[in-house]
Write a protein that binds this ligand. Sequence first.
Ligand SMILES: C[S@@+](CC[C@H](N)C(=O)[O-])C[C@H]1O[C@@H](n2cnc3c(N)ncnc32)[C@H](O)[C@@H]1O
Length: 252
Amino acid sequence: MAVSNVQIHDQVKVHYGSIATSGGSCCGGDCDCNSDSSALYESAALEGLHADVVNLSLGCGDPVAIAGLKPGETVLDLGSGGGIDCFLAARQVGTDGRVIGVDMTPAMLEKANANKDKMGVTNVEFRQGYIEALPVEDSSIDVLMSNCVINLSPDKPAVFSEAFRVLKPGGRISVSDIVTEGDFTEEMRADAAKWAACVTGAIDVETYTSMIAEAGFVSIEVVDKANAEKIVEHNPGMPYVYSARVTAVKPG
Ligand SMILES: C[S@@+](CC[C@H](N)C(=O)[O-])C[C@H]1O[C@@H](n2cnc3c(N)ncnc32)[C@H](O)[C@@H]1O
């Protein structure tokens, strides 16, 4: 039987809440997320980050590297986790810019705020909320990024529609996410634990980019796509799973 959106949110919250409270060094038994930040980021980018930030990296790519951030810009990170991408973006936008991270999991927000104190930054703010109903003003964001989160949403069209609402005209999207070639069966999608581990919530890359277009975005590009077998083990009967970096623009 299909699981409801509320059940998925609850399962995902439990999963990431337990990672946040267990110290974040490993995801535990049924985990397919990536806690090895050195595999995702250029080592120079990680220099100067507090060890607790680097050790709570649960992404599947590096959306900051392709975002083309400029000093003074306002950046929004969907599903900010322990905050690694927010702290990387904060350096690039400088003290005239700011970064807002949104996450629904209270324990993860606590970690992110503790990491903010350790980093001593003032241009980063973490807000509790759902990426399907963002606690962010209309047309207030220059760049929206996200790292391995939208695949976890049970309502992806709502996420892209909210992204469109909060971005300024001409604003950009830069996301890393798990996508597939082919689709999981309904039965596989009903496995909420695998969904929470960034596997069965992932959708075909063509469907993903169509949803972005339907929300109103243009210049949609899959910048690169890497086999995600190191993150998500491939099993027979499953579609191929990739980590993709996707960019798009809200028409000016
Ligand atoms: C795989 S982790 C990625 C964290 C971070 N982006 C990183 O790269 O380390 C997913 C994060 O997204 C949050 N999340 C998942 N679904 C969400 C939703 N629908 N609304 C808000 N936050 C969500 C989780 O609480 C978790 O912190």
